[in-house]
Design a protein. Structure first.
Length: 239
């Protein structure tokens, strides 16, 4: 029997919430509906969800602050913001927090359903061991990168990576010292190369640079107008 997808929706517009809940029930989704940020936080702590839909302007706790709390506890669960706020800086803030998509109201249930499907397809079809020639650990200079468990280790210090951090680092690990087109990275990790995915990638590149800064021989270089490459002196290139 096919698994029913469990979605947390935090939305203070009760009518919109119930419309989405009823519509998605016919598509095999169960929508757990909360009407404010505090209720949403309690539900997130008590239950497991496959995806989270967040309004931004909500009573008791807004969507941005709730998303930050969620990301501190779970770096993988997909988050989509549902909001009437369409300013560019609001969208960029959402991607910087770690959301996966941003849907501006009013929207159709069909559009939301298609966006959810696209995100779930990307997050449940990440490359497996065979993509790494059966290697679960990759040497990156002084680091050991375990893609399957999303761990990056240097000396005795181990850091857990988010899904996108691991996916992005994997792209570089398989192309050491090779220039990779910006659009290729975006399509590989984000599934598209639109403006907001590009802004999100810039955020994750900054995070990766900080994660790799303990090895002076590693450097993610930006080749203006073309793309990026991870320079790693003496490292074995994965084929």
């Amino acid at each position: 029997m096919e698994k029913i997808l469990n979605i947390l929706m935090v939305e203070d517009d009760i009518n919109l919430g119930y419309l989405v809940k009823e519509n998605f029930a016919t598509k095999g989704y169960y929508v757990h509906l909360c009407n404010d940020g505090e209720e949403g936080w309690r539900s997130f702590q008590d239950l497991e969800f496959d995806l989270i839909l967040l309004d931004i302007m909500m009573p008791k706790r807004d969507g941005f602050s709730l998303a930050k709390m969620i990301r501190k506890n779970n770096t993988d669960v997909p988050i989509i913001f549902l909001t009437a706020k369409s300013l560019e800086e609001d969208k960029i803030e959402g991607f910087e927090i770690g959301c996966d998509d941003y849907v501006t109201k009013p929207f159709s249930a069909r559009e939301l359903h298609m966006r959810i499907n696209a995100i779930l397809k990307r997050t449940t079809s990440r490359p497996h061991k065979e993509s790494l020639n059966s290697k679960t650990a990759i040497e990156l200079g002084m680091y050991i990168f375990n893609y399957e468990s999303r761990l990056l280790t240097i000396n005795a210090e181990t850091r857990s990576l988010s899904t996108k951090e691991a996916d992005l680092l994997l792209v570089f690990a398989k192309n050491i010292n090779v220039l990779i087109n910006r659009g290729e990275i975006l399509k590989s990790v984000w599934g598209n190369d639109d403006y907001f995915a590009s802004k999100s990638m810039d955020v994750y590149l900054t995070r990766l640079r900080k994660l790799l800064k303990s090895d002076p021989n590693l450097e993610i270089q930006n080749v203006h107008g073309t793309g990026f490459r991870l320079m790693n002196k003496g490292a074995e290139v994965l084929k």
